[in-house]
Ligand binder design. Structure first.
Ligand code: NAD
Length: 248
Protein backbone atom coordinates (compact mmCIF):
# COMPACT_ATOMS: atom_id res chain seq x y z
CA UNK A 1 0.00 0.00 0.00
CA UNK A 2 1.08 3.58 -0.68
CA UNK A 3 1.79 4.54 2.92
CA UNK A 4 3.00 1.24 4.37
CA UNK A 5 5.46 1.68 7.27
CA UNK A 6 4.94 5.44 7.37
CA UNK A 7 4.07 7.37 10.52
CA UNK A 8 2.01 10.44 9.66
CA UNK A 9 0.74 13.19 11.96
CA UNK A 10 -2.35 15.16 10.96
CA UNK A 11 -3.62 18.32 12.68
CA UNK A 12 -7.32 19.23 12.89
CA UNK A 13 -8.22 15.59 12.36
CA UNK A 14 -11.36 15.73 14.47
CA UNK A 15 -13.69 16.44 11.55
CA UNK A 16 -13.85 17.55 7.94
CA UNK A 17 -10.85 17.17 5.64
CA UNK A 18 -8.47 16.25 8.48
CA UNK A 19 -10.64 13.39 9.76
CA UNK A 20 -11.20 12.00 6.27
CA UNK A 21 -7.47 12.26 5.58
CA UNK A 22 -6.65 10.37 8.79
CA UNK A 23 -8.94 7.52 7.72
CA UNK A 24 -7.61 7.51 4.14
CA UNK A 25 -3.96 7.49 5.24
CA UNK A 26 -4.64 4.64 7.67
CA UNK A 27 -6.41 2.71 4.90
CA UNK A 28 -3.33 3.26 2.73
CA UNK A 29 -1.22 1.54 5.37
CA UNK A 30 0.08 4.42 7.50
CA UNK A 31 0.25 4.64 11.24
CA UNK A 32 -1.64 7.91 11.77
CA UNK A 33 -1.35 10.21 14.76
CA UNK A 34 -4.63 12.12 14.49
CA UNK A 35 -4.58 15.34 16.51
CA UNK A 36 -7.16 18.01 17.23
CA UNK A 37 -7.87 20.66 19.86
CA UNK A 38 -11.26 19.01 20.46
CA UNK A 39 -10.90 15.65 22.23
CA UNK A 40 -14.63 14.90 21.85
CA UNK A 41 -14.33 14.99 18.06
CA UNK A 42 -11.28 12.72 18.14
CA UNK A 43 -13.32 10.11 20.02
CA UNK A 44 -14.94 9.12 16.70
CA UNK A 45 -11.52 7.93 15.47
CA UNK A 46 -10.67 5.89 18.55
CA UNK A 47 -10.38 2.20 17.73
CA UNK A 48 -9.98 2.79 13.97
CA UNK A 49 -7.19 0.49 12.80
CA UNK A 50 -3.94 2.36 12.19
CA UNK A 51 -5.03 5.53 14.02
CA UNK A 52 -3.97 6.83 17.42
CA UNK A 53 -5.41 10.10 18.69
CA UNK A 54 -3.76 12.94 20.60
CA UNK A 55 -5.21 16.24 21.73
CA UNK A 56 -3.23 19.17 20.31
CA UNK A 57 -4.02 22.87 20.08
CA UNK A 58 -1.79 24.05 17.24
CA UNK A 59 -1.85 27.62 18.56
CA UNK A 60 -0.02 26.38 21.68
CA UNK A 61 3.67 26.50 20.83
CA UNK A 62 4.74 24.76 24.04
CA UNK A 63 2.33 21.87 23.44
CA UNK A 64 3.71 21.45 19.91
CA UNK A 65 7.31 21.36 21.14
CA UNK A 66 6.41 18.89 23.91
CA UNK A 67 4.60 16.55 21.49
CA UNK A 68 7.54 16.58 19.07
CA UNK A 69 9.87 15.62 21.94
CA UNK A 70 7.62 12.74 22.92
CA UNK A 71 6.68 11.21 19.56
CA UNK A 72 8.85 9.04 17.33
CA UNK A 73 10.23 10.65 14.17
CA UNK A 74 7.58 11.21 11.48
CA UNK A 75 7.60 10.24 7.80
CA UNK A 76 4.76 12.61 7.00
CA UNK A 77 3.14 15.71 8.46
CA UNK A 78 -0.17 17.13 7.25
CA UNK A 79 -0.77 20.61 8.70
CA UNK A 80 -4.51 20.80 8.08
CA UNK A 81 -5.73 23.18 10.81
CA UNK A 82 -7.10 26.53 9.71
CA UNK A 83 -10.00 28.94 10.08
CA UNK A 84 -12.09 31.29 7.94
CA UNK A 85 -12.59 34.93 8.87
CA UNK A 86 -15.56 36.25 6.88
CA UNK A 87 -15.29 39.89 5.84
CA UNK A 88 -13.53 42.60 3.88
CA UNK A 89 -10.57 44.59 5.16
CA UNK A 90 -13.11 47.07 6.58
CA UNK A 91 -14.54 44.42 8.89
CA UNK A 92 -11.22 43.18 10.25
CA UNK A 93 -10.18 43.93 13.81
CA UNK A 94 -6.55 43.56 14.83
CA UNK A 95 -7.69 40.61 16.93
CA UNK A 96 -9.36 38.87 13.95
CA UNK A 97 -6.22 39.38 11.89
CA UNK A 98 -3.96 38.03 14.61
CA UNK A 99 -6.21 35.01 15.20
CA UNK A 100 -6.12 34.14 11.48
CA UNK A 101 -2.33 34.51 11.39
CA UNK A 102 -1.92 32.42 14.56
CA UNK A 103 -4.03 29.49 13.40
CA UNK A 104 -3.44 29.54 9.64
CA UNK A 105 0.27 30.44 9.47
CA UNK A 106 2.18 30.57 12.77
CA UNK A 107 0.92 27.13 13.79
CA UNK A 108 2.33 25.62 10.57
CA UNK A 109 5.70 27.33 11.09
CA UNK A 110 5.83 25.97 14.65
CA UNK A 111 4.78 22.45 13.60
CA UNK A 112 7.46 22.43 10.91
CA UNK A 113 10.10 23.86 13.27
CA UNK A 114 9.32 21.16 15.83
CA UNK A 115 8.95 18.15 13.51
CA UNK A 116 11.43 18.87 10.66
CA UNK A 117 14.44 17.49 12.56
CA UNK A 118 12.72 14.10 12.90
CA UNK A 119 11.40 14.22 9.34
CA UNK A 120 14.97 14.85 8.13
CA UNK A 121 16.24 11.85 10.11
CA UNK A 122 13.57 9.69 8.45
CA UNK A 123 14.35 11.19 5.04
CA UNK A 124 18.00 10.35 5.52
CA UNK A 125 17.21 6.79 6.64
CA UNK A 126 14.40 6.04 4.16
CA UNK A 127 15.17 8.34 1.21
CA UNK A 128 12.01 10.41 1.61
CA UNK A 129 9.73 12.31 3.96
CA UNK A 130 6.92 14.75 3.22
CA UNK A 131 5.09 17.77 4.61
CA UNK A 132 1.70 18.84 3.29
CA UNK A 133 0.39 22.26 4.30
CA UNK A 134 -3.25 23.28 3.98
CA UNK A 135 -3.69 26.38 1.85
CA UNK A 136 -6.75 27.09 -0.34
CA UNK A 137 -7.73 28.24 -3.81
CA UNK A 138 -8.46 31.49 -1.88
CA UNK A 139 -4.79 32.46 -1.48
CA UNK A 140 -2.10 33.64 -3.90
CA UNK A 141 -4.06 31.55 -6.44
CA UNK A 142 -7.23 33.69 -6.55
CA UNK A 143 -9.07 36.47 -4.70
CA UNK A 144 -12.57 35.97 -3.29
CA UNK A 145 -14.99 38.41 -1.71
CA UNK A 146 -15.04 38.54 2.10
CA UNK A 147 -11.82 36.56 2.43
CA UNK A 148 -9.20 39.23 3.27
CA UNK A 149 -7.62 37.57 6.31
CA UNK A 150 -8.22 34.11 4.91
CA UNK A 151 -6.73 34.79 1.47
CA UNK A 152 -3.72 36.62 2.94
CA UNK A 153 -2.93 33.89 5.46
CA UNK A 154 -3.46 31.06 2.99
CA UNK A 155 -1.13 32.89 0.56
CA UNK A 156 1.43 33.03 3.38
CA UNK A 157 1.12 29.24 3.66
CA UNK A 158 2.18 29.00 0.00
CA UNK A 159 5.27 31.14 0.67
CA UNK A 160 6.14 29.17 3.79
CA UNK A 161 5.75 25.92 1.87
CA UNK A 162 8.01 26.98 -1.00
CA UNK A 163 10.69 28.25 1.39
CA UNK A 164 10.71 25.01 3.38
CA UNK A 165 10.78 23.01 0.15
CA UNK A 166 13.80 25.02 -1.05
CA UNK A 167 15.69 24.59 2.22
CA UNK A 168 15.37 20.81 2.36
CA UNK A 169 15.05 19.70 -1.28
CA UNK A 170 18.57 18.23 -1.35
CA UNK A 171 17.87 16.22 1.80
CA UNK A 172 14.81 14.37 0.42
CA UNK A 173 12.28 16.21 2.59
CA UNK A 174 9.49 17.46 0.35
CA UNK A 175 6.95 20.17 1.19
CA UNK A 176 3.79 20.94 -0.81
CA UNK A 177 0.63 22.97 -0.30
CA UNK A 178 -2.91 21.72 -0.92
CA UNK A 179 -5.36 24.26 -2.35
CA UNK A 180 -8.92 22.91 -2.25
CA UNK A 181 -12.03 24.45 -3.74
CA UNK A 182 -15.17 24.65 -1.62
CA UNK A 183 -15.50 21.46 0.41
CA UNK A 184 -18.62 20.23 2.17
CA UNK A 185 -17.41 20.04 5.79
CA UNK A 186 -18.92 20.90 9.18
CA UNK A 187 -17.27 24.33 9.15
CA UNK A 188 -18.70 25.12 5.70
CA UNK A 189 -22.14 24.03 6.94
CA UNK A 190 -21.62 26.39 9.90
CA UNK A 191 -20.78 29.30 7.58
CA UNK A 192 -23.89 28.56 5.51
CA UNK A 193 -26.12 28.28 8.59
CA UNK A 194 -24.87 31.55 10.06
CA UNK A 195 -25.43 33.54 6.83
CA UNK A 196 -28.39 35.97 6.80
CA UNK A 197 -30.01 33.81 4.06
CA UNK A 198 -28.65 30.25 4.37
CA UNK A 199 -30.43 28.93 1.26
CA UNK A 200 -28.91 31.67 -0.88
CA UNK A 201 -25.53 31.25 0.82
CA UNK A 202 -25.41 27.56 -0.15
CA UNK A 203 -26.40 28.45 -3.73
CA UNK A 204 -23.63 31.06 -3.84
CA UNK A 205 -21.00 28.57 -2.63
CA UNK A 206 -22.12 26.05 -5.27
CA UNK A 207 -22.26 28.75 -7.98
CA UNK A 208 -18.54 29.49 -7.60
CA UNK A 209 -17.75 25.84 -8.39
CA UNK A 210 -17.92 25.35 -12.20
CA UNK A 211 -18.71 21.63 -11.81
CA UNK A 212 -21.96 22.73 -10.18
CA UNK A 213 -21.33 21.00 -6.88
CA UNK A 214 -19.27 21.27 -3.71
CA UNK A 215 -16.28 18.98 -3.23
CA UNK A 216 -16.70 16.12 -0.81
CA UNK A 217 -13.85 15.28 1.54
CA UNK A 218 -13.36 12.12 -0.54
CA UNK A 219 -12.59 14.27 -3.58
CA UNK A 220 -9.51 15.46 -1.67
CA UNK A 221 -8.18 12.46 0.21
CA UNK A 222 -6.61 10.61 -2.77
CA UNK A 223 -4.46 13.71 -3.39
CA UNK A 224 -3.56 13.96 0.31
CA UNK A 225 -2.43 10.31 0.31
CA UNK A 226 -0.49 10.82 -2.93
CA UNK A 227 1.35 13.91 -1.68
CA UNK A 228 2.37 12.13 1.52
CA UNK A 229 3.46 9.00 -0.34
CA UNK A 230 6.62 8.20 -2.28
CA UNK A 231 4.51 8.25 -5.45
CA UNK A 232 5.00 12.03 -5.38
CA UNK A 233 8.74 11.76 -4.67
CA UNK A 234 9.67 14.23 -7.46
CA UNK A 235 7.03 16.81 -6.42
CA UNK A 236 8.05 19.56 -4.03
CA UNK A 237 7.36 23.25 -3.46
CA UNK A 238 4.08 23.01 -5.38
CA UNK A 239 0.60 24.35 -4.83
CA UNK A 240 -1.66 21.45 -5.73
CA UNK A 241 -5.11 22.71 -6.68
CA UNK A 242 -8.03 20.36 -6.13
CA UNK A 243 -10.64 23.00 -6.88
CA UNK A 244 -13.06 21.49 -9.40
CA UNK A 245 -11.84 23.88 -12.08
CA UNK A 246 -12.33 27.21 -10.32
CA UNK A 247 -8.89 28.43 -11.39
CA UNK A 248 -8.93 27.07 -14.96
P1 NAD B 1 -13.53 22.07 9.85
O1 NAD B 1 -13.44 23.55 10.04
O2 NAD B 1 -14.85 21.48 9.59
O3 NAD B 1 -12.83 21.40 11.08
C1 NAD B 1 -11.73 22.03 11.60
C2 NAD B 1 -11.12 21.18 12.69
O4 NAD B 1 -10.07 21.98 13.21
C3 NAD B 1 -12.06 20.89 13.86
O5 NAD B 1 -11.98 19.51 14.17
C4 NAD B 1 -11.49 21.75 14.97
O6 NAD B 1 -11.68 21.20 16.27
C5 NAD B 1 -10.03 21.83 14.59
N1 NAD B 1 -9.34 22.96 15.18
C6 NAD B 1 -9.79 24.23 15.30
N2 NAD B 1 -8.89 24.97 15.96
C7 NAD B 1 -7.83 24.15 16.23
C8 NAD B 1 -6.60 24.33 16.90
N3 NAD B 1 -6.28 25.52 17.45
N4 NAD B 1 -5.77 23.28 17.01
C9 NAD B 1 -6.09 22.07 16.48
N5 NAD B 1 -7.25 21.84 15.84
C10 NAD B 1 -8.11 22.88 15.72
O7 NAD B 1 -12.48 21.67 8.75
P2 NAD B 1 -12.39 21.82 7.19
O8 NAD B 1 -13.47 22.66 6.58
O9 NAD B 1 -12.17 20.43 6.75
O10 NAD B 1 -11.05 22.68 7.03
C11 NAD B 1 -9.80 22.12 7.30
C12 NAD B 1 -8.74 22.94 6.61
O11 NAD B 1 -9.02 22.99 5.21
C13 NAD B 1 -8.66 24.39 7.08
O12 NAD B 1 -7.30 24.79 7.10
C14 NAD B 1 -9.40 25.14 5.99
O13 NAD B 1 -9.00 26.49 5.87
C15 NAD B 1 -9.00 24.33 4.78
N6 NAD B 1 -9.89 24.50 3.64
C16 NAD B 1 -11.22 24.21 3.77
C17 NAD B 1 -12.05 24.40 2.68
C18 NAD B 1 -13.53 24.13 2.76
O14 NAD B 1 -14.27 24.56 1.86
N7 NAD B 1 -14.02 23.42 3.78
C19 NAD B 1 -11.53 24.87 1.47
C20 NAD B 1 -10.17 25.14 1.37
C21 NAD B 1 -9.35 24.94 2.47
Amino acid sequence: MMLNDKTILITAAGQGIGAASARACAQAGAHVIATDVNADLLAALKGVQGIETRQLDVTDGKAIAALAEELPDLDGLFNCAGMVHHGTVLDLTDGDWQAALDLNVTSIMRMCRAFVPGLLRRAEAQGSAAILNMSSMASSEKGFINRTAYGATKAAVVGLTKAIAADFVARNLRCNALCPGTVDTPSLRGRIASAPDPVQAEKDFIARQPMGRLATVDDLTPTVVHLLSDGSRFVTGQTVLVDGGVTI
